[in-house]
Ligand binder design. Structure first.
Ligand code: G1P
Ligand code: ZN
Length: 543
């Protein structure tokens, strides 16, 4: 077969962000855009000659076309083998597992996660390393460098590979193995959790609703929850993946998964509710009449993980991203295990997991996971919750309330100001950064600042340093506000303001979070001038 060597030139803006390269789908579809980036990945990792890669994505618009281009480019660059999910589908955690279990040289994941899909929405591409995790900054820096010097790419002149049937075929001299996206992942879950106990829970009349949000987790949740665990048919809703996620926003939070919240709040609601995002790595947890914040979920899972067979020996340690609440820290302290604070983005957990320093980790942005893969894992979190519910025979609400009584409650909320003009967002952020040294001792909205710094992270495993990872301001009463600019957006800037207030008085643990956080929110606006800089009266999204 003929290999075409195509002349090209660098395309500006191919810098990977928090989680790979995310752009408007139409940008990815522009001439040479995808091809340049794929060749830069290959060049940035030292070529793919003789290598094997896992390929799959969340099924969003352009997923199928991009997968074919990647396969032809792999073949032209001398790759030995591609392992592809049937229909070019793989959830992000399932891709991570395949990379690890099959010992490949990494993988390419086609996804923009929880961002909407479609021709006018978002697309993304991410390289994961052989440990199954998102490429660390050293690797993404090399990829970015390669995008700036690229002069040609190689692609096979060939027909599309039929990805609809499981089996092995060839493309040029490369083997293409098409695998069922669910089988290996489901088998892994069976090794971690007590499926018998969860089956008994469902058999006893326990009711659940899982909203797959028209995204990739649908087939996984159907097979595992309804197929293997005996949840009632119809437990999984919106289970059919669609290229535009049913026209929705596949982000499992109380805003975008409103339907699920509405089902879970009234009398007579199911016992347990959950949702996952576009590529299946995020999760949302609800009980009858209660929403569990991701930070609280992480803390509760850390406290109870030993109930699941995969974690019965206890946890080596835990890690959370810096803006995530300190709830898990309190569990770690009580249980005498180490707790690490990392920058935002799952890639920072990779070394800690690889080195055996932590077993469990999580982010406030609905991401929880463990050392079973190197990505966050939505369905895994749901199964761990189910295992805990089956073992404790307690409701989500009672479990959470008991948790707060034991460890204290970290009220928590994130305010997002989306699509802010970059200059305005930068002016706000740079202004606050410059003011940091002067903040301690000053009062805002009645709260006195006790500490203020810009977060930098020294990786304890490889010694690398990551600077400029967010501004954090602590208050004397244990509260905190963090400011960050998003690294995953595709238009303008998104300002994220993370609010946290610690409550240790059991009498005050049942408050409305918005009320408990009102003073911190006021202080945040006063110190950063959010309204003044952005011209916005309030956040666009509160989670
Ligand atoms: C966001 C989340 C972050 C998560 C990332 C990828 O990044 O805040 O926790 O790891 O998406 O899912 P951000 O847009 O804040 O850079
Ligand atoms: Zn995701």
């Amino acid at each position: 077969m003929e290999i075409a060597t195509v002349r090209t030139a660098p395309i500006a803006g191919q810098k990977p962000g928090t989680s790979g390269l995310r752009k408007k789908t139409r940008v990815f579809m522009e001439t040479h855009f995808l091809e340049n980036y794929v060749q830069a990945i290959f060049d940035g990792i030292g070529g793919v000659e003789g290598k094997s890669l896992v390929i799959g994505g969340d099924g969003r618009y352009f997923n199928d076309r991009a997968a074919q281009v990647i396969l032809r480019m792999m073949a032209a660059n001398g790759a030995a083998r591609a392992i592809v999910g049937q229909g070019a589908l793989l959830s992000t955690p399932a891709a991570s597992h395949l990379i690890r279990s099959r010992g490949t040289d990494g993988g390419l994941i086609l996804s923009a996660s929880h961002n909407p899909g479609g021709e006018d929405a978002d697309f993304g591409l991410k390289y994961n390393t052989p440990n199954g995790g998102p490429a660390p900054e050293g690797v993404t820096d090399r990829i970015f460098e390669a995008t700036k010097t690229i002069s040609e790419y190689r692609i096979l002149v060939a027909q599309d590979v039929d990805l609809s049937a499981i089996g092995t075929t060839t493309l040029g001299s490369m083997e293409v193995e098409i695998v069922d996206p669910v089988t290996d992942y489901a088998a892994l879950m069976e090794t971690l959790f007590d499926f018998g106990a969860i089956r008994a829970l469902f058999a006893g009349g326990f009711r659940m609703r899982f909203d797959a949000m028209h995204a990739v987790t649908g087939p996984y949740a159907r097979e595992i929850l309804e197929g293997r665990l005996g949840a009632a048919p119809g437990t999984v809703v919106n289970a059919q993946p669609s290229p535009d996620f049913g026209g929705g926003h596949p982000d499992p939070n109380p805003i975008w998964a409103r339907d699920l919240v509405d089902v879970m709040m009234p009398e007579g609601a199911p016992d347990f509710g959950a949702a996952s995002d576009g590529d299946g790595d995020r999760n949302m947890i609800l009980g009858k009449g209660v929403y569990v914040t991701p930070s609280d979920s992480l803390a509760l899972l850390a406290a109870h993980a030993h109930r699941a067979p995969g974690y019965s020996g206890g946890l080596k340690g835990v890690a959370r991203s810096m803006p995530t609440s300190g709830a898990v820290d309190r569990v770690a302290a009580a249980m005498g295990m180490p707790c690490y604070e990392t920058p935002t983005g799952w890639k920072f957990f990779g070394n800690l997991l690889d080195d055996g320093k932590v077993t469990l980790c999580g982010e406030e942005s609905a991401g929880t996971g463990s050392d079973h893969v190197r990505e966050k894992d939505g369905l895994w979190a749901v199964l761990l919750w189910l295992n805990i519910l089956a073992d404790t025979k307690t409701s989500v609400k009672d479990l959470m309330e008991a948790h707060w009584r034991t460890y204290g409650r970290n009220y928590y909320s994130r305010h997002d100001y989306e699509d802010v003009e970059s200059e305005k967002a930068n002016a706000l952020y740079d202004g606050l950064r410059a003011a940091l040294p002067s903040l301690p001792g000053r009062s805002f909205g009645g709260l006195t600042v006790s500490s203020a710094d810009e977060f930098a992270y020294d990786d304890p495993v490889d010694g690398s340093r990551s600077e400029r990872q967010g501004l954090r301001i602590g208050f004397e009463d244990g509260g905190r506000v963090v400011f960050r600019l998003s690294g995953t957006g595709t238009v303008g800037a998104t300002l994220r303001v993370y609010l946290e207030a610690l409550e240790t008085d059991p009498e005050r643990m049942g408050r409305d979070p918005a009320e408990a956080l009102a003073a911190i929110a006021e202080a945040a606006d006063e110190m950063a001038g959010i309204r003044r800089h952005t011209g916005r009266e309030g956040p666009d999204v509160i989670t």
